[in-house]
Design a protein around this ligand. Structure first.
Ligand code: AMP
Length: 420
């Protein structure tokens, strides 16, 4: 879709054209019209999808069509890191270059006085990390009482970095009447809670990581009873002679237990998860790569930190709570044009999780009942007990975007940061 079909003003289209963009990305196509309508939006989109322009362009247009003419801060964008804050502020300047708005960026680790001087000159848009923004709020060097637009960018990363209390404090300084946009790579229960508190009847949009899973991944669901998953897995590994299988479980404990059970079935296995030292993880990975162990059982977090691409078989022993993790998991197979095979063992408790994954993928996954393992229709669904959180500190390993905290934030965060 072309940008000029989205309802953006001539000044903004000129800036977009100057950037050389031709087509709007999927997140831009979906988010821009909604934001222009004044809707609250909950958007699932990662870096690289064009999300920044997706909220900056319509936000600038909304500022332009508003009536306020005194220079007060009308839009606030919160980001987890100073790098992202600087980047977003740069986008506001780029896309708003033919409009009369001023953006000021506020983050820790640099002189607060320079920021105070800039704020004094007047700003329409403030892009900030939560800790430093609070440092300005307390002495009153920033006034947020005229905020009309609030954007939380990379909200999941902000929560992982322990910013939730700061965010809630900042909310108290904002007027109740405003438009809210929340962008997050994943929709964990924590994000859902924040969204419920913050957004007013939001429209939800989602863009899967890198669009869709790579072509060439053959995805299958084996419906099976909860108690028979391990048996079915051993059976498939044996019957189909899978030589190198990465198996995902939801919890560290589950990973250990499954590796032991597979060993007992005569299938050489190792487990990797966050309770194991980096050395132990690397050893397990080497053994897996060299074929010394046939099955590597991993949690999402442990697998994320390791280079284990291009595998022939990935098995979801349990479906992940967060649908995007499914895409990450199965992305471990079928790299570089190879055929890959991704199988999910799905019991009755997981039907909801499967539906969420299929919604994200925009397609149904083919089901195959393995003879002898058909689910017993008398088995009732049970709630899935959550192990300790397996979510990583988001962005911890992303190149070019080191995890930083704004000034005064460091101490408060360490206590709350999770390990996995
Ligand atoms: P973001 O996901 O916002 O970090 O954007 C990722 C990159 O895509 C940035 O370098 C943008 O400048 C660029 N970009 C954003 N929108 C478009 C578009 N419609 N066409 C081409 N590139 C874009």
């Amino acid at each position: 879709m072309l940008f000029n079909q989205l309802g953006l003003s001539a000044e903004l289209l000129r800036a977009v054209e100057k950037q050389g963009y031709e087509q709007a990305t999927p997140i831009q196509q979906q988010a821009i019209p909604l934001i222009l309508e004044g809707r609250d939006v909950l958007a699932g989109a990662q870096t690289g999808t064009g999300k920044t322009a997706g909220f900056t362009l319509p936000l600038l247009q909304r500022l332009h069509t508003g009536t306020v003419n005194r220079r007060r801060v009308r839009a606030l964008v919160l980001t987890p890191t100073r790098e992202l804050a600087a980047q977003v502020a740069e986008s506001v300047r780029t896309y708003g270059q033919f409009l009369p708005y001023r953006a000021v960026v506020v983050y820790g680790g640099v002189s607060i006085n320079t920021q105070i001087a800039k704020l004094k000159k007047g700003a329409d848009v403030v892009v900030a990390t939560p800790g430093r923004l609070l440092d300005h709020l307390q002495p009153g060097t920033i006034d947020l009482r005229a905020i009309e637009f609030l954007v939380l960018d990379e909200a999941d990363r902000m929560l992982d970095m322990g910013f939730i209390r700061d965010i809630r404090k900042i909310m108290k300084a904002l007027p109740a009447e405003r438009q809210n946009l929340l962008f997050s790579a994943t929709f964990s229960p924590e994000i859902r809670r924040l969204a419920a508190d913050l957004l007013d009847s939001p429209t939800e949009i989602r863009i899967a990581a890198n669009g869709k899973p790579a072509e060439g991944i053959n995805q299958l669901v084996y419906p099976v009873d909860r108690e028979r998953k391990r048996e079915l897995l051993s059976h498939r590994i044996g019957v189909e002679n899978w030589r190198q299988v990465l198996v995902f479980t939801r919890t560290k404990h589950g990973a250990n237990r499954l590796a032991k059970q597979l060993e007992a079935d005569g299938i050489s296995s190792a487990a990797i998860h966050g309770n194991k030292s980096q050395g132990a993880r690397i050893r397990a990975l080497d053994d897996f790569k060299t074929g010394k162990v046939r099955v590597l059982v991993a949690t999402d977090v442990a697998a994320r930190g390791l280079d284990i691409d291009r595998l022939p078989h990935v098995v979801n022993f349990e479906l992940p709570h967060v649908p995007e993790d499914y895409v990450h998991r199965i992305g471990r197979t079928a790299r570089a044009g190879n055929e890959g095979h991704a199988v999910s063992l799905v019991c009755i408790d997981e039907h909801r999780l499967l539906a969420d994954i299929e919604k994200l993928l925009g397609t149904r996954i083919e089901k195959e009942v393995i003879p002898g393992y058909a689910p017993d229709p008398r088995v009732k669904a049970e709630p899935i007990t959550r192990g300790r959180s397996q979510r990583p500190p988001r962005g911890g390993g992303k190149p070019g975007r080191p995890k930083r905290h704004s000034g005064g934030q460091r101490k408060r965060n360490t206590a709350r940061r999770r390990t996995s």
